[in-house]
Design a protein around this ligand. Sequence first.
Ligand SMILES: N[C@@H](CCC(=O)N[C@@H](CS)C(=O)NCC(=O)O)C(=O)O
Length: 203
Amino acid sequence: MSPPYKLTYFDIMGLGEPIRIMLTYGQLEFEDCRVPKENWPNLKPNMPFGQLPVLEHHGRVSHQSMAICRYLAKEVKLIGKDSLEDLDIDAAVDTVNDFRQKIGKYHYESDETAKEAYIKTLFGEIVPFYLEKLDNMAKENAGYLVGSKLTWADLVFVGLIDYMNFMAKKDLLASAPNLQKVKEHVVNEPNIKKYMETRPNKH
Ligand SMILES: N[C@@H](CCC(=O)N[C@@H](CS)C(=O)NCC(=O)O)C(=O)O
């Protein structure tokens, strides 16, 4: 019998990795379908909005990586204690994704002049701004992003950080000790630890 979940994404960490980590944490058995780049043009028209990742489960195809993570968080009990804490978790997740997109703007910029112009703002202002605020959040929450306990915001953050480091070409957490603690908390979850030891380390 095939596993109850099938994640389809490219053969990289990217936006698929937070979903892989959520599924792994909850021991939800899944097929990790990694689409070779050359097959993508054929597959794209069959996807709900022409993009990946998608998760097949319960006879349906779901898209949008963060919607999928939010759904899985409910399944594996990584949500907040009430709707206010859920609001804080959603805000943390959106902030991490805003930060990711600002780094992505640098990585994916193909115009070298525009890239050069953006570097100063990115590393002089944007990166320190986000790291200081996120690190403070982690400090106030004892090494977690929200509620001083493990939530799906922590798993999303750790699922995306390697991709963000790759795009930024630096270890973003080097001077963020409290975010390092968030990472430690997540990677020391037994199922995640095992997964991380053997996962394909591709960007
Ligand atoms: N907001 C969407 C963004 C999805 C997205 O940008 N997917 C990219 C890969 S990371 C993609 O499918 N690119 C190929 C394409 O658009 O043809 C999500 O979070 O799932």
